[in-house]
Design a protein around this ligand. Structure first.
Ligand SMILES: [Zn+2]
Length: 267
């Protein structure tokens, strides 16, 4: 695209009400796609993923744990929003938690609350509290609209105009970008890591949600140390899109006093 067109597009975008304040973080985000559209695309991708991967049956004790932890985190988030007078912010969320058979060290949450944990993650989490730390982090990426923000940035940089009433799913350009940002199996996802700011927000609020759900947020430190120790030869997706280990652990330590205010042991 030439410079003139880029400027025209930028002006067009800026003229639209395309920046919205995120209810959780309070930060203004570029929002060129609606949450509803993104949730609709996510549901399609999620259903496809479940039919093409081996879902661990719900009566398995690890699958039960994933549902239990996920449900407690989701309840904490619902409460957090309600306490802030923002109950409507989770509109369209219909939480689901699945454990999927895979060696990959990974977990993700799509917009709309569709959560998948890979069995390959469990040897690293080792306990329910560390799993709560991971789910708090991944779920925060979704509820804080990070994927939607990344998608909007990609649309802007590629000069793709999005009309409010045109279904995103019917535009090949937007489908491509959605897949780059969200598709769990996409190699491209590794090349488009979450920014440091997104990672910091996910750590920050993830700790709070885990603490509110009755899990000790301090478990985040040994968990991320274990993740760091296994890095190197074969970076898994979850690891490769996260900041340098020492930096993360120092930031987690800084966030801990605030998170501990939300933690009531024995809940
Ligand atoms: Zn992350």
């Amino acid at each position: 695209m030439n410079k003139f067109l880029l400027i025209v597009s930028l002006v067009g975008f800026i003229a639209l009400p395309s920046c919205k304040r995120n209810p959780i973080t309070g930060r203004k985000q570029l929002t060129l796609v609606s949450e509803k559209e993104v949730q609709s695309m996510a549901l399609t991708e999620y259903n496809h993923f479940l039919t093409t991967n081996q879902v661990v049956p719900v009566n398995d004790k690890d699958a039960e744990m994933v549902k239990r932890v996920g449900t407690r985190i989701a309840n904490a988030i619902n409460k957090y929003y309600q306490d802030q007078g923002l109950a409507g912010a989770l509109e369209g969320y219909n939480w689901e938690f699945n454990l999927v058979q895979s060696k990959e060290v990974n977990a993700w949450c799509m917009p709309g609350g569709k959560v998948v944990v890979y069995t390959g993650l469990l040897p690293l989490t080792q306990n329910e509290t560390a799993l709560a730390i991971v789910l708090g982090h991944e779920i925060t990426h979704a509820v804080a609209g990070h994927g939607r923000e990344r998608m909007s940035q990609q649309l802007l940089s590629q000069g793709i105009q999005v009309a409010g009433d045109v279904a995103l799913g019917s535009n090949p350009g937007t489908v491509d970008i959605f897949n780059q940002v969200y598709a769990p199996t996409s190699q491209v996802a590794v090349l488009l890591p979450y920014s440091r700011r997104h990672e910091y927000e996910a750590d920050h609020y993830g700790l709070i949600f885990a603490a509110m759900a009755g899990y000790d947020p301090r478990e985040a430190i040994p968990f991320w140390q274990r993740m760091a120790a296994m890095g190197g030869n074969k970076p898994p997706i979850l690891l490769s899109d996260h900041p340098a280990d020492a930096d993360r652990i120092a930031k987690l330590q800084e966030l801990m006093p605030e998170a501990l205010k939300y933690y009531k042991p024995g809940n």
